[in-house]
Design a protein around this ligand. Structure first.
Ligand SMILES: [Zn+2]
Length: 286
């Protein structure tokens, strides 16, 4: 299999940032072999690779930074790039935050798919896991074992009647990603939502772009749900995006995660890439 980019440039008209509330449009351009996924802040004239080396700690989203310039909430768009197998892409925006759109990856998927995918001349590369790699952080566990597939088993445990303990297993192919993951919306708890709103955070969050779980044990806005286990599926959508920070390479392995989130995903990727070089290798995807 060869590296992939998009056939034609395309754009996604104005959308609002979940945290900043700022409006911005996204412009997507084809990129050559070994370019990777790179963001361009046109208002600052700074390019920032979507790579763990540029990633900075951020509680509620995934953020990259270079020369003091950031791009935030990149995870859903990055997830779609991984889901579609796009290795090389230039993404231009003139604000700090990638728009939240409908809270899932669907609109990114639609625009990139419509632009079409183009195979380049060099082989696609993947991270082939040779030996298990495990990571523990308080009650969070992430480990990856060797496999010929790229798969994710994710378990969550939230103190809410509509979620509780759940587990979902997903094998990453473009078809499965479209069928099972891309529509899964972001979610949050009403009490956090109210607190964040009061503090002036999640300015762009509303009842159409996030699943909200209330204190009565219900979904506040069940009309936005596609699946009852959508929060679990969204955690996988986030992880598929965060894990693409590993040099924009798919991991050939089985990833098991319990209660992980953006910061532990990033810590795991750093640990794997920088401290476990003997447990994986970067190989052509054949
Ligand atoms: Zn998310």
């Amino acid at each position: 299999m060869n590296q992939t980019t998009i056939k034609d440039s395309c754009m996604l008209n104005k959308g609002v940032g979940l945290h900043s509330g700022q409006n911005t449009a996204l412009y997507f351009y084809p990129a050559p072999e070994d370019h990777g996924i790179v963001f361009f802040r046109s208002d600052k004239n700074v390019h920032i690779p979507a790579n763990y080396r540029y990633s900075i700690p951020s509680a509620l989203c995934t953020t990259i930074e270079d020369q003091g310039v950031q791009v935030t909430t990149i995870e859903h768009l990055l997830s779609v790039c991984n889901g579609l197998g796009i290795d090389n892409l230039l993404i231009e925006l003139n604000a700090e935050e990638v728009p939240i759109m409908d809270g899932s990856g669907f609109e990114f998927y639609q625009v990139l798919k419509k632009a079409g995918l183009r195979q380049l001349n060099s082989s696609k590369k993947v991270i082939k896991i040779h030996e298990p790699i495990s990571y523990q952080q308080d009650d969070i566990t992430i480990f990856v074992t060797p496999s010929d597939n790229s798969s994710f088993t994710f378990s969550i445990d939230f103190d809410h009647v509509q979620i509780g303990q759940q587990e979902y297993s997903f094998v990453l192919t473009e078809k499965n990603y479209l069928d099972e993951i891309v529509n899964a919306k972001t979610f949050g708890f009403k009490k956090d939502y109210d607190t964040h709103k009061k503090k002036g955070l999640i300015k762009g969050g509303n009842e159409t772009n996030a699943i909200i779980l209330n204190e009565k044990g219900d979904f506040e806005n069940p009309e936005v749900l596609t699946w009852l286990n959508e929060p679990n599926l969204h955690k996988i959508l986030d992880q598929v995006g965060d894990f693409y920070l590993a040099d924009n390479l798919r991991i050939k392995g089985t990833v098991f995660s319990h209660k992980s989130g953006h910061s532990s995903h990033l810590n795991f990727i750093r640990y794997m890439m920088d401290e476990c070089p003997d447990k994986y290798s970067v190989v052509a995807d054949i």
